[in-house]
Design a protein around this ligand. Structure first.
Ligand code: ACM
Ligand code: ZN
Length: 619
């Protein structure tokens, strides 16, 4: 017999109203990242039962796929395989204990498509959305609501799993919520890319901007130009030889995976600069004819595609034709940044092109280049994105501009009715260090978590009309100094902060509250195997953070743990601290010149960088 519940009515009497979350007395506000647009919480919960089912109210294949995805996650939490069943009701009632996914093949409007509501009562989880995409995003919320957080491996069959009773109505602030992953400087495995797609989805990001071509490596197979990967995917010689590329089958597999996670992959094929790997394969596309090697140094190269040579455009159109066939994304990123003009200035073909086209300078030649590529993309139903340098010399008519040198480009482009994606170095560059620390690569600069969290993608000087052109933002993970094994350390937890910047209402952002939620979220990141950044301890003298000091007589130095969890271990003999070193309990009394070193150690064995300070006795 099917048990019927009355249609769930959530009584939200005596709720305490915080900025975006209302909580009944005694109810803990769940630590969701990104924070939902609206949430109320009760002090009771829904418990998954062995008899629970995932119910869909439609035969829509996408909705069923989302339900299957939810059932898979619940299996890892409880060890139970929940059936996915389709039921239609005339009265809106479903068996008690069910997780019900309603809606689906409806509204495909940009914002509506991602909105969802989630109502959890003691008897039912009910997720509703106009489109499967919204249901998928609601499932990410459910994954974060599940208690307990799974910390290791699959749970034993029958493990308890509860969800706090909440009522959530959620919709993203921005429709473009992305992360750039540079696979040109360092090649990343197919499995690693899929893992990142999952991590993006978990934080409700929906764009993977896949940087596939660089001076240091060409990473995507192009059938018409095999040397791009035979030659261009490899740099260095002998033991130093390094590289790799994605076959077209690999790309199709990754694109299909991303599609199942509602993540769009936007490929970036760099032009007219950052193309030395391509020129190493096909030097005839340069102004000088080469020869070239795939770069083994970081930085900006002078050799770029020749803008006066028709073969350059034939080549790029051929490449883009294959790229378009692989990637369903409406947008194709063509780079456009950091293109030195020296070769064009000295090249007879480039100069002849400028005369023939009436172009005043090399910036206009770049603009000609980008406009021509845009015409090609538009004629194939695609749209062009370029870095903010594409504004110089005149922006192509339909181009979307990615503003990275601050937000000046965003203001100029949006003011001229161009769509914009914001990823200024100051707030969004995940290759920059998270702290000034000798073990962190600070040659690029540093962007602390709080700075990322404070990011406001919509420049205040824009009119309401122009502000509508701000599609969203991206975190940029350039990888000169980050092979695959380092990427998590750079990306997390800053991507969590950016996720909230891009998803949550502006007025819901609260740094203190975010930090508290992040402490809970770290357990989820642990469960997902994320090697997030752990800040090093700090030395405090007389209430001031110090990195060195001089004293006479004696000195008491305290250790501060900015991570807020784990234990601190230290040494006074210059050796590296380990779990076998002194455990910090009280200020360290120094009586002689001492090099203090300290580390934070987490219960799971992970550790921060080592902090070091020298205190010199002067008397
Ligand atoms: C860039 O960082 N060169 C876009
Ligand atoms: Zn040229």
């Amino acid at each position: 017999m099917v048990m019927r519940t009355v249609r769930p009515v959530v009584l939200l009497a005596c709720l305490v109203q915080t900025s975006m979350a209302a909580a009944e007395p005694g109810a803990a506000v769940p630590a969701l990242i990104p924070r939902p647009a609206q949430m109320s919480v009760q002090a009771v919960c829904f418990e998954l039962k062995p008899t629970s089912e995932v119910i869909v109210g439609t035969a829509d294949a996408e909705v069923r796929a989302v339900a299957g995805y939810l059932a898979d996650h619940l299996r890892t939490l409880t060890g139970n395989a929940l059936p996915v069943t389709e039921r239609a009701t005339s009265d809106g009632l479903f068996p008690a204990g069910s997780l019900v996914l309603l809606g689906g093949p409806g509204d495909r409007q940009a914002a509506g498509e991602e909105a969802y509501t989630l109502r959890i009562t003691p008897t039912e989880v009910r997720l509703e959305a106009a489109h499967a995409r919204g249901l998928f995003l609601g499932v990410q919320t459910l994954r974060q609501l599940a208690q307990p957080v799974l910390t290791t491996g699959p749970a034993p069959a029958g493990a308890a799993c509860t969800f706090p009773c909440v009522e959530i109505s959620d919709v993203p602030r921005y429709r473009w919520r992305g992360m750039l992953l540079d696979c040109g400087r360092h090649f990343m495995s197919k499995e690693f890319i899929k893992r990142y797609i999952d991590l993006l989805a978990y934080h409700k990001l929906n764009v993977l901007h896949w940087h596939l071509t660089e001076d240091q490596g060409w990473r995507v197979q192009i059938k018409k130009y095999p040397k791009l990967t035979e030659v261009g995917a490899w740099r260095g010689q002998g033991e130093q030889r390094y590289g790799g590329f994605y076959t077209q089958d690999d790309v199709r597999e990754i694109v299909a995976y991303a599609r199942s996670r509602y993540v769009t992959i936007v490929p970036e094929i760099e032009m007219p600069g950052h193309c030395q790997a391509a020129l190493a394969a096909y030097p005839e596309l340069s102004c000088t004819g080469g020869p070239f090697e795939v770069s083994t140094q970081w930085g900006v190269r002078e050799d770029v595609y020749c803008a006066g040579n028709e073969r350059t455009f034939e080549f790029l159109e051929d490449v883009l034709s294959e790229v378009i066939a692989l990637f369903p994304s409406e947008y194709v990123h063509i780079g456009g940044d950091e293109c030195p003009k020296a070769r064009w200035q000295a090249c007879p073909k480039c100069q002849a092109r400028m005369r023939a086209e009436g172009l005043r300078d090399e910036n206009e030649l770049q603009s000609y280049f980008v406009r021509r590529i845009e015409r090609f993309l538009n004629s194939h139903g695609r749209r062009l994105i370029g870095w903010d340098e594409i504004l110089e010399g005149g922006v192509a008519p339909d181009a979307t501009v990615q503003s990275w040198r601050g937000l000046k480009g965003a203001v100029a482009a949006a003011g001229a009715n161009h769509d914009v994606i914001c990823s200024p170095t100051t707030h969004c560059y995940l290759d920059y260090a998270q702290a000034k620390h000798p073990e962190e690569p600070t040659q690029m600069g540093y962007v602390p978590l709080e700075t990322v969290y404070s990011f406001e993608p919509t420049p205040p000087e824009l009119s309401a009309e122009a502000a509508r052109h701000i599609l969203g933002a991206e975190g940029n993970m350039w990888t000169e100094h980050a092979p695959e094994a380092r990427v998590d350390w750079q990306v997390f937890p800053r991507l969590c902060a950016l996720a909230e910047v891009m998803w949550s209402p502006r007025e819901a952002r609260d740094w203190g509250d975010f930090q508290a939620r992040l402490r809970v979220h770290y357990a989820r990141l642990d469960a997902l195997g994320v090697n997030y950044y752990v800040p090093a301890p700090r030395f405090v003298r007389d209430g001031q953070v110090v990195t060195q000091g001089v004293f006479s007589g004696a000195l008491a130095v305290s250790l501060d743990n900015p991570f807020g969890a784990g234990e601190l271990f230290y040494t006074v003999d210059g050796s590296e601290p380990t779990a076998a070193s002194l455990r910090y309990q009280a200020p360290v009394e120094l009586k002689e010149t001492t090099v203090l070193k300290a580390r934070t150690l987490l219960p799971n064995g992970r550790t921060s960088c080592s902090a070091e300070a020298r205190f010199e006795r002067s008397d």
